[in-house]
Design a protein around this ligand. Structure first.
Ligand SMILES: [Zn+2]
Length: 60
């Protein structure tokens, strides 16, 4: 599927499905998510849990 998307000029973002919105954007550790809020116990980053993630994750 990825090569078809590339051929069509669609950006492909690879993520691990099981941790799609639980992974810290800064250090890639698994953090804590509450709704749309995310906090990372490893580096202290916190903010919108859906930042930098594909649209498919925007709807629960
Ligand atoms: Zn972190």
């Amino acid at each position: 599927m990825s090569y078809k998307a590339l051929a069509a000029g669609i950006p492909v973002i690879l993520v691990e499905p099981a941790y799609t919105s639980n992974t810290c954007h800064q250090c890639h550790h698994i953090g804590n998510r509450k709704g749309k809020e995310f906090s990372c116990p490893s580096c202290g980053w916190s903010g919108d849990a859906d930042v930098n993630y594909p649209p498919m994750n925007w709807r629960a």
